[in-house]
Ligand binder design. Structure first.
Ligand SMILES: Nc1ncnc2c1ncn2[C@@H]1O[C@H](COP(=O)(O)OP(=O)(O)OP(=O)(O)O)[C@@H](O)[C@H]1O
Ligand SMILES: [Mg+2]
Length: 570
């Protein structure tokens, strides 16, 4: 059961696995390493994903990942799904792709996620993977995975500072990494979850709409649905124009009335400088993210030696030009694939993780463990059965689908024997010096003693806190702290009789708690005889992945442990 690296983005997913001690991309059924994050139903009502979903026309569901954590409901073939359910569905599709290629069941995954994701998105993504039967070994920010992939390929003798900018479809992440011989550390980082290549596409969509109205005399149907439909029709054309403008100075956009479902068509030349003018506000936001990352790292632009561009939107020439203007001393590292490098880094990460943590009770076990010694939970992937009606993955022994209640009996009979789940051990990395493959989890080669992969240290992404006196943000765990962190303790008194203490959690840097993102809720089960006024001590910490973890005890000197957990549902 191999551990794989999986880079999940707003527009596509890429998977990689170690083979012969090196990361290799996992191709999908179309022999491409890139699987569009699109879902649709085929004419027979079956689920299709990736390129098939894009080819299915207007009904394809795209760009759902940035909505993770919102109380949103997205329609697919007459059924409504939350973004978390779509994530589980898509993970299940990816699992099938990877298992078809590898010929064996998947064991564990390292998920590379947008750096800008906060606690709620990360926790929901991990839950979604789990629902799809994937065991998440670790969550790594895409910028760090990209940096690791580069650093592993190019071991350095000299320390240097690298700015990694991952400009994807839905988000931007910027990290400053210091690479040493044998180590890679994050100096500072900043993300923007509301800025991605899609915004630049939408700038062109808005421009085309204006043209249709102003020059073609289109009277837009005022219904929201009609506007949405027209925007959807313009989007793919706008995206193709944007991509073309990265290499050519102008593009012709020609759409017949029937392409648009309108009485008028469009025939228009869009020049690169025109597009750049439209994109200015978003470019300014992107540069502001770079400034924040530099400030967190305590670096001036002159302190950056190299720039590593990740994410397909990093191909926009004006973004590269602005970075070059700002970071004058830095050279651009060209021998890196911005689309697939992050997944390669996630696969490398999978080889570095020494211990596996139980998702139920948090106890760490050696990597070889397949079940938690404390609570018995599984520590590797599990088989799943897709519901024949709504397609969400279910536990195979279940009687009916947990989402729509459809009976799973017929589906169980149809689904042949599950893939073998024999534990064959994971692979480690090939030693650059002697060429032998080290065991998984080993940082140095057992044969010649040299370092096989840099030691990697991550930082917490955002301030996490509570509402304090006068509504101010009481930051319990600050951003920019080395991971994992020591617990920070707070004492709470339950004001009312009740069985549960409930505390809202906030994430962000605004001084007023409620102006930040409400990212989740802490719940603590109070002692049965506690009653009103019972006091509990809660320890908050970030684990090695930067995810919040809590523990609680009675604050009466007894140290009596209490049940405490976090809820992430929006
Ligand atoms: N040549 C190009 N020039 C400009 N933009 C491009 C080019 N090729 C792709 N893009 C844009 O890059 C974005 C996709 O980038 P990428 O595949 O890295 O995103 P992602 O990993 O799916 O998303 P995220 O990391 O934000 O969750 C899309 O907005 C796409 O239009
Ligand atoms: Mg990405």
């Amino acid at each position: 059961m191999p551990a794989i690296g999986l880079d999940l983005g707003a527009s596509k997913a890429v998977m990689a696995v170690l083979a012969g001690g090196e990361p290799r991309l996992i191709p999908n059924r179309e022999h491409s390493p890139l699987t569009p994050a699109a879902l649709a139903l085929d004419p027979q009502g079956g689920l299709v994903w990736g390129h098939d979903a894009l080819a299915s026309g207007e009904g394809a569901l795209e760009m759902w990942l940035p909505r993770l954590g919102e109380a949103a409901s997205l329609a697919l073939g007459g059924l409504e799904y939350t973004p978390e359910e779509l994530a589980a569905l898509f993970f299940d599709c990816l699992r099938q792709e990877a298992e078809a290629h590898l010929g064996q069941a998947l064991g564990r995954v390292v998920l590379a996620t947008p750096l800008a994701f906060g606690q709620r998105q990360l926790a929901l993504l991990r839950q979604a993977a789990h629902r799809a039967g994937l065991f998440v070994l670790s969550l790594v920010p895409s910028t760090l995975a990209a940096g690791l992939a580069y650093a592993w390929e190019h071991p350095t003798a000299e320390p240097h500072t690298m700015l990694v900018a991952d400009f994807g479809a839905g988000s931007l992440g910027v990290a400053l990494l210091r690479t040493f011989p044998g180590a890679l550390t994050v100096l500072g980082q900043a993300g923007n979850r509301w800025l991605g290549g899609e915004d630049f596409t939408q700038a062109i969509v808005a421009h085309l709409l204006r043209r249709l109205q102003a020059e073609r005399g289109l009277l837009l149907d005022e219904t929201q649905a009609a506007r949405r439909a027209l925007r959807r029709r313009l989007r793919r054309t706008a995206e193709a124009a944007k991509v073309a403008l990265s290499t050519v100075e102008q593009v012709r956009i020609a759409l017949a009335p029937e392409d648009l479902g309108l009485k008028v068509g469009l025939d228009e030349v869009l020049r690169r400088n025109q597009f750049e003018g439209m994109a200015e506000p978003w470019l300014a936001q992107a540069l502001e993210t770079v400034e924040r990352a530099l400030a967190e790292a305590g670096l001036s632009p002159e302190g950056v030696d190299a720039v590593l561009l990740a994410g397909a939107a990093s191909r926009m020439p004006f973004w590269q030009a602005e970075l070059a203007r700002r970071l004058r001393r830095a050279r651009f590292l060209r021998d890196f694939n911005p689309l697939t490098g992050t997944a390669m880094g996630a696969a490398l990460w999978a080889a570095l993780v020494g211990q596996v943590r139980c998702p139920t009770c948090g106890v760490a076990s050696p990597r070889e463990a397949t079940a938690c010694p404390r609570c018995g939970s599984r520590l590797s992937g599990e088989a799943r059965l897709a519901c024949p009606r709504c397609f969400v993955p279910n536990r195979p022994e279940g009687l009916s689908c947990h989402k729509c209640g459809t009976s799973l009996r017929a589906a169980r009979q149809r689904a042949g024997a599950p893939l073998a789940r024999a534990w064959s051990g994971d692979e480690g990395l090939r030693c650059h010096r002697c060429g032998l493959v080290a065991p998984a989890g080993a940082g140095s080669c057992p044969h010649c003693g040299s370092v096989v992969a840099p030691f990697v240290g991550g930082l917490s992404r955002y301030d996490v806190g509570l509402e304090g006196d006068g509504g101010r943000m009481d930051v319990v765990l600050p951003r920019g702290r080395g991971l994992p962190t020591q617990p920070a303790w707070r004492v709470f008194a339950s004001a009312e009789e009740g069985e549960l203490l409930e505390v809202p959690l906030y994430e962000g840097d605004k001084p007023v708690a409620r102006r930040n993102e409400r990212c989740g809720t802490l719940r603590v089960e109070l002692p049965a005889d506690g009653g009103s006024g019972c006091r509990v001590r809660v320890g908050f910490g970030f684990d090695a992945d930067g995810l919040l973890e809590v523990r609680a005890e009675a604050d009466d000197g007894s140290g009596h442990a209490l049940d405490a957990w976090l809820e992430w549902a929006p």
